[in-house]
Design a protein around this ligand. Structure first.
Ligand SMILES: C[S@@+](CC[C@H](N)C(=O)[O-])C[C@H]1O[C@@H](n2cnc3c(N)ncnc32)[C@H](O)[C@@H]1O
Length: 252
């Protein structure tokens, strides 16, 4: 086994006290300047670690995206806190992936937090295909309805399928992979590693992988962490901890 790469963790000083209400995701939890400062600090660490090329994103476009989601999306619950919503948007706005896959998107809120940098009122680049995959047909339908209200073009879409099968069959490059699926039985978030391995050879250098629940599902992600922190396979990986859920951010 090789020596771990520059794997590191970045924690905001209040990550364990910053708590959202899953059924009230639009509630403001802190002043906007604080949210921006917390996310900026994380982006700087990602840049210093070599995960991101820079830290700049358009704040007004992000707010337009947030407003559209608040007004147009039906969200029964979500674990994406406002900080992480901003972080996901910013990472996508910086990486600008032509092809992005999000695995396990439930009602689509996680998906659009990523895809919102490429479609809708927050769009800041021209994307080719942004796809969210949800195994439960009813949730995929709801997610697709939600996404259509923001993106009439169809560049972003949600499909009802098994993310592992879709990634295995994928033929285009994958510049950004977002992982949030919850495997059946004892597998749980352990499915992240299966999906990552299935898509690894289509990820070009600079491809970014985001893994939600790096804190509250860490016990299921030991093998996943070992993989993304292996310098033979990934250039760098940072556990970004801004809330009790966490997001491991890795670059190929
Ligand atoms: C924990 S939820 C994600 C919710 C998200 N974190 C949020 O806050 O909105 C995980 C989702 O992954 C889906 N899922 C589980 N296994 C999957 C698979 N193999 N492919 C696609 N989706 C899957 C589940 O149906 C569920 O909707």
């Amino acid at each position: 086994m090789s020596t771990p790469n520059s794997a590191t963790a970045h924690r905001s000083d209040d990550w364990d006290r910053y708590k959202m209400e899953y059924k009230n995701p639009h509630k403001e939890l802190e002043p906007q300047e604080k949210e921006i400062a917390v996310v900026d600090a994380a982006l700087r660490v990602l840049q210093e670690s070599g995960v991101l090329p820079h830290t700049r994103y358009d704040h007004a476009k992000f707010l337009a995206h947030r407003k559209a989601v608040r007004e147009l999306f039906e969200i029964p619950w979500t674990a994406i806190s406002p900080r992480v919503q901003r972080l996901l948007y910013a990472i996508n706005a910086i990486v600008q992936p032509p092809y992005m896959i999000a695995a396990g998107v439930f009602c689509g809120n996680t998906f659009i937090s990523n895809a919102g940098a490429g479609v809708g009122p927050g769009a800041c680049y021209t994307a080719k295909v942004l796809v969210g995959i949800e195994i439960k047909p009813a949730e995929a339908e709801r997610g697709e309805r939600n996404v259509r209200r923001i993106d009439p073009t169809g560049v972003a879409r949600i499909v009802a399928a098994d993310a592992l099968a879709v990634v295995k069959d994928w033929r285009d490059p994958i510049q950004l992979l977002y992982l949030d699926a919850d495997g059946s039985g004892t597998k749980g978030k352990g499915i992240y590693l299966d999906i990552l391995e299935a898509g690894y050879d289509r990820m070009p250098p600079g491809a970014v992988i985001l893994a939600h629940n790096s804190v509250n599902s860490a016990h299921k992600l030991k093998d996943y962490f070992a993989c993304v922190r292996d310098p033979q396979k990934f250039r760098a990986s940072v556990n970004v901890i801004l809330d009790p859920e966490g997001l491991e951010v890795s670059v190929r």
